[in-house]
Design a protein around this ligand. Structure first.
Ligand code: GLV
Ligand code: MN
Ligand code: MN
Ligand code: MN
Length: 401
């Protein structure tokens, strides 16, 4: 499975993946998913939001056990964030069939569309739409850097965008959703465990900062005459670091666009996107308010105008305790592992979105360097196999209850 997926959307220079929603690479990944489903005799379907499903048993029967993740990537992402969950889902099904398990309930594997939000700026578009956490009109207005809208992109990829929207009937068929994911930190490496269970996802959001100044000649404009938005932006980046450090949170400016973007021109516009996350809402509010206040002061000091727009926000997610405890019991019973570690994460996931509608849990697989959203992301084969076995044990346990 990995062999066929591996080359899709991989950039030859960086070695990273560029699998943006509804792009050629995404279409190829989707074809791969369909082939995996049909090759196993699973019933394949695409829901109204373009999420792909592969069913074993009757999808209408209800109380289904569902697993899966996403196949899209950030710019120059790693091989594991997303795909590990989907590949492990198919592998876990193979494992269970090998064990001769009789499934008392329908089982499904899902690939949620546009989890990373790399193209349209909003993460988890597929699951948000299905869970009713993204308005239809708002979704229709999402556009990429080339001005292509989400419906246009879906249509060009051969998917019908006319019916996007909440899908409560489909979600109501799910009794439990479990997403396996590569860990995006080093907690498991430090504790010496191959697999862990998620406790919570930090609240997180994205804010766009537009600093507007005045374009002018880089050689002839005296420093005192400039209204340079790059300066206020640069100072804001440092303020973000300071505020986050003081609060024990994280804040990142990882994307920027500059106009007119000329090496010999003072910029007229610097647009930077802030991603900030914290363990609790109050801390996140403190950090973002602090960054905004500092940004306004720096903008004033340089004669620059500033607009700040919150582009997305995801509240804290606390995964269901009963399901989490049940999964811990299953894993602790199936192996000689005395205690499966339970850990929180600052990364967003479709599981976090779904948890508002469906009992949801996550499994993490050890990542020895903790690196993610980078070509250097890695998980050892042994640990991936342990993840598959753990997922199979969990799915088996959940279909029996
Ligand atoms: C997605 O992986 C995110 O947490 O930004
Ligand atoms: Mn990711
Ligand atoms: Mn992911
Ligand atoms: Mn994610």
């Amino acid at each position: 499975m990995w062999r066929e997926l591996k080359p899709i959307g991989r950039h030859p220079d960086s070695g990273g993946y560029r699998r943006f929603a509804w792009s050629e690479a995404d279409i190829e990944c989707r074809a791969w998913f369909r082939a995996q489903a049909e090759g196993r005799g699973l019933a394949y379907e695409v829901d109204r939001n373009g999420n792909q499903w592969a069913w074993l048993g009757d999808p209408e029967a209800g109380d289904a056990v569902v697993t899966g993740s996403h196949l899209d990537s950030v710019p120059d992402g790693g091989a594991f964030d997303g795909p590990l969950g989907v590949v492990s889902s198919f592998a876990a099904l193979d494992e269970l069939r090998g064990r001769g398990v009789e499934f008392g309930k329908p089982l499904a594997i899902v690939n949620f569309g546009d989890e990373e939000g790399a193209r349209f700026g909003l993460a988890c578009v597929g699951s948000r739409l299905s869970a009713g956490q993204l308005g239809i009109e708002q979704a229709r207005r999402l556009t990429d850097a080339d001005g292509i809208s989400l419906p246009q992109a879906m249509e060009r990829a051969g998917y019908d965008p006319t019916a996007i929207g909440p899908d409560p009937e489909r979600l109501a068929r799910i009794g439990a959703f479990v997403e396996l994911h590569v860990e995006q930190g080093r907690a498991l490496d430090l504790s010496g465990d191959q697999v862990g269970i998620a406790s919570a996802i930090w609240p997180h959001g994205r804010w766009r900062f537009d600093f507007r100044g005045e374009a002018n000649h880089a050689g002839t404009t005296r420093l005192v005459d400039r209204r340079d938005p790059m300066l206020s932006y640069a100072e804001t980046v440092l303020a973000a670091r300071r505020e986050a450090r003081l609060a024990g949170a994280v804040a990142t400016f990882g994307k920027i666009s500059v106009e007119p973007n000329g090496v010999n021109a003072i910029p007229s516009l610097v647009r930077g996107w802030l991603d900030s996350r914290a363990a609790d809402q109050a801390t996140l509010d403190t950090v973002v308010t602090g960054i905004e206040k500092a940004a306004r002061e720096y903008a004033d000091a340089h004669g620059v105008e500033l607009d700040i727009v919150r582009e997305s926000f995801t509240p804290v997610v606390e995964f269901e305790h009963a399901l989490r405890d049940e999964i811990a019991r299953i894993l602790e019973g199936a192996s000689d592992c005395l205690k499966v570690p339970v850990l929180g994460t600052g990364a967003g996931h479709d599981a976090g979105i779904l948890s508002g509608s469906v009992p949801t849990a996550m499994l993490f697989v050890r990542n020895p360097t903790g690196v993610s959203h980078s070509p250097a992301e890695y998980a050892a084969e042994d640990d991936c196999v342990a993840g598959v076995i753990a997922l199979a044990d969990v799915l088996e346990g959940l279909t029996r209850r």
